[in-house]
Design a protein around this ligand. Structure first.
Ligand code: HEC
Length: 134
C-alpha cells in the first residue's frame, strides 16, 4: 500500500458519507459489507443469495436462488435485527450445516454497523430494484 492510499480511502469515505447524507456509522457498515461481496450482492444472486428484501423474509427464500442448504431452508429463521446479529456472529453455530463459508464477524460494533447499513441497503430503492422484492 502506498503512503497515499489511506488518505484516498478517507476522502472516498467522506465523499460517500456526503453523497448519502448519513452518519459515519453508515459508511462503516458499507465498508464492512466488502467482506461479503466475494459471494453476495444486494441486487443479484451470486455464490450466495441476493440481499434485497432481506428484512422480514424467511431464511432460504431469496427469489431465484436455487442452491440453499437444507439446513438454512428448514431453519425457520426470519431475518431481522436479532436473527442477523446471531447469524453474522457465527453462521455455523446458529445454522449447523449452512454452506455459507464464512466464519462470522467477531466485533459486536462491526456487526451493528453492518446490520444497520443492510437495513437501509436492502430496502426497495436505489440499490434494490429487483422485480418482486418489496
Ligand atoms: C464464501 C462465500 C460467502 C461469504 C464471504 C458470505 N456469504 Fe453469506 N451466504 C453464502 C451462501 C453460500 C449462503 C447460503 C447458505 C446456505 O444455504 O446454507 C449465504 C447466506 C447468507 C444469508 C442468508 C440469506 C437468506 O436468503 O436466507 C445472509 C443473511 C448472509 N449470507 C449474509 C452475509 C453477510 C452479511 C456476509 C458478510 C459479512 C456474508 N454473508 C458473507 C456465502 C457467503
Amino acid at each position: 500500500m502506498t503512503p497515499r492510499a489511506p488518505l484516498a480511502a478517507t476522502l472516498l469515505a467522506v465523499a460517500a458519507t456526503a453523497a448519502i447524507g448519513d452518519a459515519p456509522e453508515h459508511t462503516r457498515g458499507q465498508a464492512i459489507y466488502d467482506r461479503c461481496i466475494a459471494c453476495h450482492a444486494i441486487d443479484r444472486n451470486r455464490t450466495g443469495p441476493l440481499h434485497c428484501g432481506l428484512f422480514g423474509r424467511k431464511a432460504g427464500a431469496a427469489p431465484g436462488f436455487a442452491s440453499y442448504s437444507d439446513a438454512l431452508r428448514n431453519s425457520g429463521i426470519v431475518w431481522n435485527l436479532q436473527t442477523l446479529e446471531r447469524f453474522l456472529r457465527d453462521p455455523a453455530a446458529m445454522v449447523p450445516g449452512t454452506t455459507m463459508g464464512y466464519a462470522g464477524i467477531a466485533d459486536a460494533r462491526e456487526r451493528t454497523a453492518l446490520i444497520a447499513w443492510l437495513q437501509d441497503a436492502t430496502r426497495a430503492g436505489a440499490r434494490c430494484t429487483v422485480p418482486g422484492v418489496p
